[in-house]
Unconditional design. Sequence first.
Lengths: 408, 408
Amino acid sequence: MAYAAVMGYGTVGAGVVQVLTMNREIIARRTGEEIDIRYVLDLREFPGSPVEKILTHDFSDILNDPEVSVVVETMGGLKPAYEFTKQLLLAGKSVCTSNKELVAEHGVELMKIARENNVNYLFEASCGGGIPIIRVLNSSLTAERIEEVTGILNGTTNYILTSMTEQGKDFGQALAEAQEKGYAELHPEADVEGWDACRKIAILSSLAYGKHVPYGMIRTEGITSVDKTDIAYAEKIGCRIKLLATSRREKEGIWALVTPMMIGKENPLTAVDGVMNAVMVKGNAVGTTMYYGSGAGSLPTASAVVGDVIDCVKHPGKTIRNDYSGELQELLPADEIARPFFVRYTGTPEEAEKTFGKISDVVALPDHPEEIGFLTGMIAEKTFRELAGGDPRVKRWFRRGKNEEAEE
Amino acid sequence: MAYAAVMGYGTVGAGVVQVLTMNREIIARRTGEEIDIRYVLDLREFPGSPVEKILTHDFSDILNDPEVSVVVETMGGLKPAYEFTKQLLLAGKSVCTSNKELVAEHGVELMKIARENNVNYLFEASCGGGIPIIRVLNSSLTAERIEEVTGILNGTTNYILTSMTEQGKDFGQALAEAQEKGYAELHPEADVEGWDACRKIAILSSLAYGKHVPYGMIRTEGITSVDKTDIAYAEKIGCRIKLLATSRREKEGIWALVTPMMIGKENPLTAVDGVMNAVMVKGNAVGTTMYYGSGAGSLPTASAVVGDVIDCVKHPGKTIRNDYSGELQELLPADEIARPFFVRYTGTPEEAEKTFGKISDVVALPDHPEEIGFLTGMIAEKTFRELAGGDPRVKRWFRRGKNEEAEE
């Protein structure tokens, strides 16, 4: 019998208790022993709930119980999660978390402490909810030099963009609807400004390339300025606008970016709609792979946390190896990357070609006779910004995901 | 330094040598030590090739070298792969393979021998090529009660069906083209009759549900009888015909089936085209997840084999746990499953409803005025077969993948 504790009985924490209970037998078979929850730590009371008898308000109950070997941290935020996690690891207990803020901010230090104490700090649930993307990078694609990681990593924004595309809603309406349905928070900034996706791509990139990518270094643009007209143009050129969190290895180094991007049917992420998440990983041997599933929600996220708990119980006294070193990953400036750009423009195609060189996919919308839309060729973003910035005919622009087939 | 050997220097074996060579440093970093290939076993000579100096024709060179701890088996077939693998495991060497025939036929016995000798028999490359689906089932979705595994597991047939759909080719033309391009073999039976997909779903189902599913028990239908008209009807009702290998947990037990099926856009497998493979896995907590990538090819398959080699080197003297017991999984008769059926029919919709009850999606093709197509409601296959079998107006029929949204 292995003993666990859960810190934070919110959506995910309650899911962890539920998954460990409902799949108790099958988990015991796969783990080799049963896993019992001895404590649930929360400031609140839950009278009448199944955890009433194991509820504690005192962290030291968990810290000082020598039989508790694995602790689930589903409190979220940095305080007191950081301090608690550190103390638990130092006390020789493994910690499994869904807390992406904490992993992105202090993951390197916490993993180091875990190693020094022969325990684990695992965070499968921190990126992509139920999608086992962390294990794919840590344990499956180990023979690969990873070349690119690109994901739809935030369900809220994907839901909003999908409903703008499919139902012609504008951003405000779509956000309000997402809030009503519980897919967006009352204060939705972390999602709609791209900060959540940014932390996740920082974590995934660190694992993929082996050095620490600080999330603060990643240029991050959200979806608040995407409007109905942009969506209509995207459809006209056979694309969708998706909030992509992406990083890529170039000859010169690694760059990373969070941005609404136009992608077409050459990209398997284009079909990922609603609250679903997906991550595309490219390796130099395996080529393109993709992983799809629920990026949030109580049970899917809890499933990932419990998978980590099982791994801890299966590896007592042993730190599961990963490729996340403390060394800092320098990032290339994202604006040195060349790609096509989609431009909304109030001049003629001929004028546009004078500025941008050869253009393609020139389209017009009936209700916007004053402008055209088009795609440029491959231009370094820096150059594109210089050309577009000084030109009052450029109304708006988007990055276009590189066309794989054309490129390779 | 860890020493490995490769048995069989064909497409996959050569890929294994290439991946271990080109990603040598990154693999060493992830593994904790370098991996060196000491022998390549093949009956042929490869003068001038990079493996010339490590080539052997004598299996006992590998068997008797105490420093070789991991052996790659990419010979294919049962003879002599089975005998070689058994001897190696008994000699305390781990074996990693892409040989689905051998895993499906003798996997249970070979895993047992591996356990008894504290080594590993790993087969990530046996299903889905570079898609890390075996590890997903063994190590990631460990908190789940798996409810369904459904895959497009054969690239040849998916290529043929895609080219029939997109280019209006008939089966013979599409097969000939696939053979020209090297996507189909000269003797394509194992692919087009569904036998390859059958072995793969047997392996995946065994891991998913924890008991041995013998491939011979799985009803298997190939794509040789699918014609252009069927494809045209599928498009008319918003579907694609895909060769699905599927198994599912019902209240009463597990069933499995390989069959061309009509699936629509509610199913993430519908968009998987060409030689790509994908596997959908549903769990009772995580819901629907999907894994996509190259199902074949030298480097993608080799990448999966090398990932297994790395795991063996990282776990010396330890058998990595999985949930594949030797116990036999009884299968439910596939024809007790209820689902909608698509029917090509030479009567009227009214006549059809008299036989099958309420029908929907009644369509007609201009070049087939003598018949209609329609979908039945949910009918147990056994009942459907009784109704359709005695009715000369039923020309052909297909299973329609259950509509998730309607169902859940």
